[in-house]
Design a protein around this ligand. Structure first.
Ligand SMILES: [Fe+2]
Ligand SMILES: [Fe+2]
Length: 271
C-alpha cells in the first residue's frame, strides 16, 4: 500500500528490523541517512537487540546508531546479553526495552520524540508465546501504555517483539484504533502481510532485519545447522556478508493518529 505524497498532516516513520552484528551496523553507516532522505522519513525507529555480534547491544553502539540517523532504538529478549548496557537503558530516553518486563528491570519501554512540532510515541512490547521469558501480559500492559501515551499524542507506533503470529495479530487487533501501528520484530524474516486494520492501525507480522539474509536468520549456516540437529547450543556466528536493510515505511495522519499507508522496505546495501 503506497502513499508517497507528503502532506502537512502526514507523518512518515521508517521502522527497521533487528540490527545483526557488524554487517548490520556497516549497512546503517553507509546507507541510513540516504534511505531516510529517499523516503522523506520524519523519524527512524530501529530494533538494536542483535547489534553486538548477534547478541545484545553495547553502549558505544547506541551512540553510533543515533549518529547514523536513528531517532529511537527498540530492543527485545536479547537486550540482556551484554550487561554493560544496563545503566545505558536507564540513562538514554530514546533507547527502549520491552515495557512488559516486571518492575525493577533496568530501562523503560516507551518514549516520545518530536519533529517540526509533531510528536510520535514509540512503545516496545514483547510476546510471551514461545519466547522463554516471564514477561507481564503484553495486552494489559500495551493497553495501559497506549492510553497513557494517547494523552500526549495520537501518533503511536508499537514494536511488538514476538515469535508467534497468532499472538502478534491478536495484539494488533486488540490495539486497533488505539495506536497507529503494530509491527512485529524478532523472527528476522520479513512477512508479506502488511495491511491497515479497520480502526486505522497498520500491521505487519514481522518487518525483517538489518542483516545478512543468506544465512539462517543472520547466522552462519554451519553452526546454526548443528544447533538444530544436535540441540547443543554451539556458539552462533553472524554471517559475514553485506546486509540488507529491511523494514516498513508507515504514513500517519497526525490529526487523527490513523495510518494511511504501510509499505515494505528492502534495501540492499552496496546498491
Ligand atoms: Fe533479533
Ligand atoms: Fe529477539
Amino acid at each position: 500500500m503506497q502513499d508517497n505524497k507528503k502532506t502537512e498532516d502526514s507523518l512518515r516513520v521508517l521502522i527497521l528490523g533487528d540490527i545483526i552484528g557488524h554487517p548490520g551496523m556497516r549497512a546503517l553507516f553507509t546507507s541510513l541517512k540516504g534511505l531516510k532522505k529517499e523516503h522523506k522519513a520524519d523519524f527512524v525507529v530501529i530494533n538494536g537487540e542483535n547489534a553486538a555480534d548477534g547478541f545484545g547491544l553495547l553502549p558505544n553502539q547506541v551512540d553510533e546508531i543515533f549518529n547514523y540517523g536513528a531517532d529511537v532504538i527498540t530492543t527485545g529478549n536479547h537486550i540482556w546479553q551484554k550487561e554493560e548496557i544496563y545503566p545505558t537503558l536507564d540513562r538514554v530516553n530514546n533507547l527502549l526495552r520491552p515495557s512488559n518486563y516486571p518492575s525493577g528491570v533496568p530501562g523503560h519501554g516507551d518514549c516520545v520524540v518530536e519533529f517540526r512540532g509533531i510528536k510520535l510515541a514509540v512503545l516496545n512490547l514483547q510476546g510471551r508465546v514461545r519466547m522463554s521469558v516471564n514477561s507481564e501480559c503484553p495486552f494489559k500492559q500495551g493497553l495501559k501504555d497506549a492510553r497513557r501515551l494517547r494523552s500526549i499524542t495520537k501518533n503511536i507506533v508499537v514494536d511488538f517483539h514476538a515469535e508467534d503470529v497468532t499472538e502478534k495479530e491478536a495484539l494488533a487487533e486488540y490495539l486497533d484504533g488505539k495506536v497507529s501501528a503494530v509491527v512485529g520484530t524478532h523472527t528476522h524474516i520479513q512477512t508479506a502481510d502488511e495491511r491497515i486494520l479497520e480502526g486505522g492501525t497498520s500491521y505487519i507480522s514481522d518487518i525483517g532485519m538489518t542483516g545478512p539474509v543468506n544465512g539462517i536468520i543472520g547466522s552462519d549456516p554451519e553452526s546454526a545447522i548443528k544447533r538444530v540437529i544436535y540441540s547443543v547450543p554451539y556458539k552462533s556466528q553472524v554471517l559475514d556478508e553485506d546486509a540488507e536493510i529491511q523494514g516498513v515505511l508507515i504514513t500517519i495522519d497526525s490529526s487523527t493518529g490513523r495510518s494511511t499507508s504501510i509499505e515494505r522496505i528492502v534495501y540492499k546495501s552496496g546498491q
